[in-house]
Design a binder for this molecule. Sequence first.
Ligand SMILES: [Fe+2]
Length: 259
Amino acid sequence: MIDFHTHILPNLDDGARSIEEAHNLLKEAEKAGFDSVVYTPHFIEEYYETNVKEREVWLETFSRKFYDLDNIKTYLGSEIFLTNNIMNLLENAKASTINNTSYVLFELPMESEPEDLYEILYQLKKNKVVPILAHPERYPYIQKEPDIIYELIQEGVYMQSDYGSVIGENGNRAKRIINKMLENNLVHFLGTNAHRENTIYKKIPQILEILNGYIGEEKLYELTTKNPDLALHNKKINIREPIEIKLTLKEKVLMFFNR
Ligand SMILES: [Fe+2]
């Protein structure tokens, strides 16, 4: 299994706070069954701006320190807060793509959908950059109008959901949406989005069991291993036919009132 979204590289963002915590997180990841981890520190303009070169130095330093973790492979990426400057960030080696491939993990603001979202996606497409949206199930405006997910997939965006959402760690609404997404072939990658030790990794066995019961072994393999592996090697991912989410009136009401 490949953990596609983590904040383990220490002191670069709000993730791991020390080398020791990063080390413990990797040990936990290995114990939870991951053989690979993608480091995706935040890249938020004017806030978290460690550039590619600096991140590579950190990666090398930590890889040498964690000599006892030979069995876990690590890759570099970033989680880019979407900006209309994104191509500039990539071209000038500020933000990283996933393992130097064409795939880019991005996040959106929590409060509202950016007005120029589709324009930015067009820019990426024009430059052959393949966008992956981090945890779509967690944005309140997507929870209220989840058909955005289907529309974005039609625009060539892949979806990465957080393992924790499956058990309600990101609220009831996110849990409901991720269930719908799984049911409708709208998830392509899973990631822990791990920031702290003693949190999500301990719950992975329980979450995998739930997911296995819900979507079955084959689909689960695609989201945890096959698709992340294809992306890490810059190969094309053939997705399953996505189905639009149609909320019933009762579900819509719940989305408004039940966090
Ligand atoms: Fe994240």
